[in-house]
Design a protein around this ligand. Structure first.
Ligand code: ACO
Length: 308
């Protein structure tokens, strides 16, 4: 189907937290974090920053890039697993601050959130009264146990947004799935308040999930994954990204990696990486751009785009 991402936008928390900063407060080391995850630094929200405020900034930047105004938007889909409040949905607060009155909802698909929002938004687009805006946004620091070194060094905050319109580009194929039997490996346990992750169990499954899902999205488009021009995977771990890209036949120079500077921002990570790739001039008209997210659930979603 016809689909152009006419504007991309990012919101970055002001506070940069380096591995050295974490060494000072946790039993960890820069060497452990870099060698196991690839992360050098991450951005963490300050007390005045919220999931809604990040969404507002990212959406405003995306609309500006698209040359669109908030009142033109036909629908807003906000992907997050860290809403500011359980009721109402965070998109309501973001829409209010932006001056939007279009339909909106929050979508929770963990780290597959942005790609799930993109595919959902693309489905809404043909009958939408205006452009559809999708935003992946997280304030994961609010659900982190800052004394738990197994998660505190990995997760971070931020947002990325895209304006979807009909145009020269296309959604060529997508794939999504859930294996709910794997829920215990990455969850906030019932009654708990913090993320608990069995990183090893997630790691063991993540590469296979990305390879199968990204491969399925490409197969539905009749394209070999090895022929993809730009691969933008969920930014959880460089070892997962490198192993998955290698098995898909996609070389490192065609794979976008920015988790060294951002950490794992869950639903925001692919949107931020895509926006950075565009800003760096890595996306060209006609390019086949493959997005693939995976995370808690376990849930996954991949989409193959032809760039407008
Ligand atoms: N600093 C130092 N040591 C640590 C730290 C730390 N920050 N964290 C854990 N360790 C220790 C553990 O205690 C353990 O020690 P032990 O062996 O004495 O018990 C050891 O390091 C664990 O080492 P490994 O098992 O070799 O660690 P691994 O290579 O598996 O790397 C990691 C851990 C980075 C978490 C990896 O498993 C991973 O990336 N998993 C996948 C994460 C992911 O993709 N999450 C899904 C998406 S996120 C979402 O959906 C919200």
């Amino acid at each position: 189907m016809s689909l152009a991402l006419t504007g991309l936008g990012v919101a970055a928390p002001e506070r940069v937290v380096t591995n050295a900063d974490l060494e000072a407060v946790l039993d960890t080391s820069d060497e452990w974090i870099r060698s196991r995850s690839g992360i050098r630094e991450r951005r963490w929200a300050g007390p005045h920053e919220s999931t809604a405020s990040f969404a507002v900034e990212a959406v405003a930047n995306a609309l500006k890039a698209a040359g669109r105004t908030p009142d033109e938007v036909g629908f807003l889909v906000l992907a997050t697993c860290t809403p500011d409040q359980l009721l109402p949905h965070t998109a309501a607060a973001a829409a209010d601050a932006l001056g939007m009155r279009c339909g909106s909802f929050d979508l929770h698909a963990a780290c597959a959130g942005f790609v799930t929002a993109l595919v959902t938004g693309a489905g809404l687009l043909p009958t939408s009264p205006g452009p559809v805006v999708v935003v992946g946004v997280e304030r994961l620091t609010q659900i982190l146990d800052h004394e738990d070194r197994t998660t505190a060094v990995l997760f971070a905050d931020g947002a990325g947004a895209a304006v979807l319109e009909a145009g020269d580009g296309a959604l060529l194929g997508w794939d999504a799935g859930t294996d709910g039997s794997l829920r215990p490996f990455l969850e906030i346990p019932p009654g708990g308040q913090h993320i608990h992750m069995d990183g090893g169990e997630v790691f063991r499954r993540a590469v296979r999930i990305v390879v199968d899902s990204a491969g399925a999205a490409c197969a539905r488009a009749g394209i070999a994954a090895a022929d993809v021009d730009v691969f933008v995977p969920h930014q959880a771990n460089t070892r997962i990204i490198e192993a998955a890209a290698s098995r898909l036949g996609i070389p490192a120079e065609r794979t976008v990696v920015n988790l060294d500077r951002w950490g794992n921002t869950s639903a925001a990570s692919i949107a931020i990486a895509l926006a950075e790739a565009e800003a760096a001039g890595r996306l060209h008209a006609g390019d086949r751009v493959l997005l693939s997210g995976f995370g808690a659930g376990m849930t996954w979603a991949s989409a193959l785009l032809r760039w407008a």
